[in-house]
Design a protein around this ligand. Structure first.
Ligand SMILES: [Zn+2]
Length: 241
């Protein structure tokens, strides 16, 4: 009886092993399994009609609808953990502040960096971008994009992040935002990585942040081509404040 049980358990494990190897979790990247192949992992990456990132044509923007104006409340000391998530350097935060829009609060859950900006403005790609990912209690997402361009001024947050990968501590997410965080573009889009889920509220800050050449290189030492190409607008309207 005992042997029969052991045998059937072994058979179960074997068949599970076969199942697991045939149906292993698919992996994606920016190389052989790059953006053109992401539809193999999630159909919406190819079939979606509201994908991110986009090229923002400022001449085609319209004034922001009053109910799309955001209220930022990120000036807090947040518990943070700086990790390499396999695709980007990411900072996971706890009690990281929030953004309110249309009467709904979106808590900051993480921010991460791309080695060149994903979103473009009038065709221009910037040197780095930070994406601040917020989530409502209903699970809806709101992302704030902060663009960086090489300049003379150092950015304190970039130093904190690139020198602290693998460590935990506290930081103030508001440090990542531009001084003038009241001017931005808004549109509906998606995650820029698989599963490319849509219905993500995007806010891209207009004020470009300065990062030194050395700071940009320090971030790109981790990932230098982790950015998705721009996606068709498909009639979406970009609002501007
Ligand atoms: Zn991102």
């Amino acid at each position: 009886m005992k042997n029969a049980f052991a045998l059937s358990l072994a058979a179960m494990l074997l068949s599970f092993g076969a199942y697991a190897s045939e149906h292993h979790a698919p992996h994606w990247d920016y190389d052989a399994h790059g953006p053109a192949h992401w539809c193999d992992f999630s159909a919406i990456c190819k079939d979606g009609k509201a994908q991110s990132p986009i090229d923002i044509k400022t001449a085609d923007t319209v004034s922001i609808a009053p109910n799309h104006v955001i209220k930022l409340d990120e000036n807090v000391q947040a518990k943070s953990q700086i990790v390499d998530n396999g695709h980007a350097i990411q900072v996971n935060v706890e009690n990281g502040g929030k953004i309110s829009v249309e009467g709904v609060d979106y808590q900051l859950v993480q921010f991460h960096f791309h080695g060149k900006s994903e979103e473009k403005i009038n065709g221009k790609q910037y040197d780095l971008v930070a994406h601040m990912v917020h989530k409502s209690t209903f699970g809806n997402l709101l992302v704030v994009g902060v663009l960086f361009e090489e300049g003379k001024e150092r950015n304190a947050m970039l130093d904190t992040v690139t020198s602290g990968v693998g460590t935990a501590g506290t930081l103030n997410p508001a440090q990542l935002l531009p001084k003038n965080s009241d001017r931005y573009f808004h549109f509906m889009g998606s995650l820029t990585t698989p599963p490319c889920s849509e219905n993500v509220r995007w806010y891209v800050m207009k004020e470009i942040q300065s990062a030194t050449k050395e700071q940009i290189a320090a971030m790109r030492k981790f990932y230098d081509h982790n950015y998705r190409p721009v996606q068709p607008l498909n009639g979406r309207i970009v609002e501007a404040k």
